[in-house]
Design a protein. Sequence first.
Length: 355
Amino acid sequence: MKSEQTTSNKSSLLSSEPGSPLIIAGPCSAETEEQVLETARRIKSRNIAHVYRAGIWKPRTRPNSFEGVGKEGLGWLQKVKQETGMLVATEVANARHVAEALAYGIDILWIGARTSVNPFSVQEIADSLAGTNVTVLVKNPINPDFALWIGAIERLAQAGIKDLGAIHRGFSTDTTIAYRNTPKWNLALNFKKEMPEIPLLCDPSHIGGRRDVLKQLSQKALDLGMDGLMIESHIDPDKAWSDAKQQITPEVLGDMLHQLYMRERKDLKEEQELLDDLSQEISSLDHELFNLLSQRARVFGKLGFSNLSDTHKTAHTQQLQESLGSLIQKAKTEGLEESYIQSVFAQVHAYASRV
Ligand code: PEP
Ligand code: MN
């Protein structure tokens, strides 16, 4: 990865070398011992990731799909750690998972999107972690509820967990989108603002849901100043037992990471300041627009249009048409699309005559 960035981060498992984002990679699910070890070896030999991930317990939306190998897979992760020296991570969804993962020396636990959505489950996990110094990552909840995400982090912090991080994996929404999950980048930025001390990683695999968008999503996350990426990688992606469409081989992942670049913090800071200034200006213009619209509605109300004689109704409508005509002329000189001005005023006029 090309880089100029200095990460601000602490001496935690979540800190990567200065200048490079933290990379977590590995299969969606641990399937067999051979698949887990072979993927890890190929990731390690290319020096792609700091942390190796694999789901041991898989929360599936529908029953009768592969629900993970369970406890047995923890031993395979232990072998990955011994053999490659990479840190290992897996998902936990309840107190039993926590106890088993800790017993096998798993370094990083993450709470998935189907669990972070439920305060009872998060509290159960937080209680079971009290007194440990394990690293915990919290994925955003499935639905775009910012407070739930923050709340999950707070529950863990209150249980005394110090090494915390968050993962942005997109949100399930009812709008038709290009991705499996809507990114809602603004919520990721809000997270950084609200909890600047907590490292925020992006999971482009679960946002995208397919391979061809992983690079663009990863670059976007880095451009927004995220601290790292969690990406699914499998030795034979098409044959993966879960999330086959979004997984890539360690070799493809390595090539992709080399093509990403980090923008300097300085650039990001300037961009953030500009964004803040302009967002404020846009918001105050929106308020002005609102005031003008409400003023216009009041003045139009005084006209008592429906009680006017037909002659005056026609005259008024003609006047509006002329005024709109001159605005459309003006739109051309201001570089605004005619159709835009036309449709905005069509709405304004339609509303006035309706009310
Ligand atoms: C996963 O990381 O494999 C997973 C199940 O993710 P999420 O909780 O984001 O759906
Ligand atoms: Mn997955």
